[in-house]
Design a protein around this ligand. Structure first.
Ligand SMILES: NC(=O)c1ccc[n+]([C@@H]2O[C@H](COP(=O)([O-])OP(=O)(O)OC[C@H]3O[C@@H](n4cnc5c(N)ncnc54)[C@H](O)[C@@H]3O)[C@@H](O)[C@H]2O)c1
Length: 252
């Protein structure tokens, strides 16, 4: 884990960025901030078409909306082919789509739901990164940021599958460190603490769960923009590769 220079100015001019989970929360905020930083184009990726359209309204750059289920290899391959064909370049990928298990807590979680958590939160990050790396390696490098979580650093019984998937994202990103020297591709993970987004409601199956109340009383909840700024800082810093950057909740 390393500290970041906060508030660095990113050179995003002419850059093309893909953001998954862009219909909501951290993805929406980061997509907007990438466009404000000067990106030429932001590719908004999600399964939620209505949410993607809302996000597009706050983007100050060329926008491409792609309805894509990140667990689908076919959808991902089409996404990367479409971006390469339309823009002829790809500089930044933010693999951010994610879900939590929701009730009932582990070990009583539905098996299909546990599998989906691992598919979306870990396997899709690996698949999307592989496609991005194959493209970037032939085209002068790039930056990939994968959303993990502080939940991937600390034991978390009630959603152990989520914690395991996010720990996997951290180790996957660290394992890609050498790509920086090999082919100019920097892969890093960002680990948000508790952040005010719709996912918090989903942890209780549509309502904020009781157990979250006491936790949130004692901490300053982060904003999606706090995480977006960390992502921009990671992108801006040419020396960061194979790291996981924690955006911690401060105590109240
Ligand atoms: N909010 C927090 O407290 C917090 C803390 C740590 C990590 N995170 C992580 O941040 C990331 C973003 O979450 P958020 O808090 O903004 O939640 P969110 O629910 O607001 O956004 C997640 C987005 O991912 C999309 N998505 C889910 N499954 C998908 C799929 N199969 N294909 C494409 N898109 C899909 C959803 O439609 C949604 O728009 C997630 O990976 C989450 O685990 C969030």
């Amino acid at each position: 884990m390393i500290a970041l220079k906060r508030g660095s100015v990113m050179e995003m001019n002419d850059r093309v960025a893909i953001v998954t989970g862009a219909a909501s929360g951290i993805g929406r905020a980061t997509a907007r901030m990438l466009s404000s930083a000067g990106a030429h184009a932001v590719v908004l990726v999600d399964t939620d078409e209505a949410g993607l359209t809302e996000t597009a309204e706050v983007i100050n750059a060329e926008v491409l909306l792609v309805t894509c289920d990140v667990t689908s290899q076919t959808d991902l391959e089409s996404l990367y082919a479409e971006v390469a064909g339309k823009f002829g370049r790809l500089d930044v990928v933010f693999n951010n789509a994610g879900i939590v298990s929701g009730p009932p807590p582990f070990p009583d979680t539905d098996l299909a739901r546990m599998k989906l958590v691992v598919d979306i939160d870990l396997t899709s990050v690996i698949q999307s990164s592989a496609l991005a790396i194959q493209y970037m390696r032939e085209n002068g490098g790039g930056v990939i940021v994968n959303t993990a979580s502080t939940g991937g650093l600390n034991p978390y019984l009630s959603d152990a599958p989520y914690a395991a998937a996010k720990a996997g994202v951290i180790m996957f990103s660290r394992s890609c460190a050498e790509l920086h020297k090999q082919c100019g591709i920097r892969v890093n993970a960002v680990c948000p603490g508790v952040t005010e987004t719709p996912i918090l409601e989903k942890t209780g199956g549509g309502t904020r769960p009781d157990w979250l109340g006491p936790i949130m009383e004692n901490i300053k909840v982060l904003t999606p923009e706090d995480i977006g700024q960390a992502v921009l800082d990671i992108i801006a810093d040419d020396n960061i590769a194979g790291e996981f950057i924690v955006v911690q909740n401060e105590a109240r």
